[in-house]
Design a protein around this ligand. Sequence first.
Ligand SMILES: *[C@@H]1O[C@H](CO)[C@@H](O)[C@H](O)[C@H]1NC(C)=O
Ligand SMILES: *[C@@H]1O[C@H](CO)[C@@H](O)[C@H](O)[C@H]1NC(C)=O
Ligand SMILES: *[C@@H]1O[C@H](CO)[C@@H](O)[C@H](O)[C@H]1NC(C)=O
Ligand SMILES: [Zn+2]
Length: 275
Amino acid sequence: MAWSMSLSLLAFSLRLTSACPQLHKRQGVNSTVPEENRFWAYEASYDWGRLNPEWELCQTGTQQSPIPLRLDQGLSRFHTLSFDYPNTSTGDVHNWGYGPATTFLGENGASVTELPSARFDENNVDETVYLASWHIHAPADHTVQGDRSKAELHLVHADAQGKERAVLAIRIDPGNSDSRFFRQLPPFIGFNSTGESRPNTEMNMNLALDEINRFSDFWSYKGSLTSPPCTEGLRWFVARNIMFVSDEQMQAILKVSTFSARAEQEVWRHDINSD
Ligand SMILES: *[C@@H]1O[C@H](CO)[C@@H](O)[C@H](O)[C@H]1NC(C)=O
Ligand SMILES: *[C@@H]1O[C@H](CO)[C@@H](O)[C@H](O)[C@H]1NC(C)=O
Ligand SMILES: *[C@@H]1O[C@H](CO)[C@@H](O)[C@H](O)[C@H]1NC(C)=O
Ligand SMILES: [Zn+2]
């Protein structure tokens, strides 16, 4: 589907939930179907660029995501990042085909600019982006010092036109206590990829931010969608702090998750931690 299609249209028609899946359902490569209709699979992410000419960036792009992160890259010093999230957001909780997810855009008729907002600057230009959805990958997309967390939460932000613009990534691992963010959500049991969902679920997205000290420290880089068509022009923020959940919460996430980590990409023109 076309990248230029507005997020709101997609949200209504397909319940698109993320910057990563352009296709919503889990799909495998089937070489007997016409080239332009071939499907992709995370297990075969090395060859996405060859499956469809429109996915060439997956093979040739200079700012592909995810990338390996290291402490000696430092942390972002150039970008401000601030949040204006209300304490109650209403979303449709479901499984995006690979794990737990929530869509805010379109829920109760919400338009993009009514959604929780965040601000950052790129090349000294202030931008405001809006939280359209979140979803979870398992295992994590981004490694730090070669270490891969068990899962990664992506807060997908769109610009005022509804185009995906920034993804805020939070790594998730088991720790000693419950995560308040996850405790407020309905149980994920039954939230498999068959389409069950809980519309109009209220949640406090500030709880997710609070658990990683509101992105006090982060890596930032110029990246892409992590699935075909691998479109570039997205700003990534990866929190240094890990969100810790209880063993039971971790298991509940993993139980409804399917492998969804794209192979890490070579660092190239990502301008890590600078603009
Ligand atoms: C591949 O696609 C063809 C044509 O749509 C279909 O008949 C076939 O069953 C598919 N094969 C697999 C393994 O999904
Ligand atoms: C959200 O709740 C916290 C206390 O839990 C409060 O400090 C904060 O001002 C509230 N934010 C908004 C936007 O209402
Ligand atoms: C998926 O969820 C539906 C509805 O709760 C349930 O009937 C079905 O058995 C589940 N499928 C799997 C594979 O867990
Ligand atoms: Zn994602």
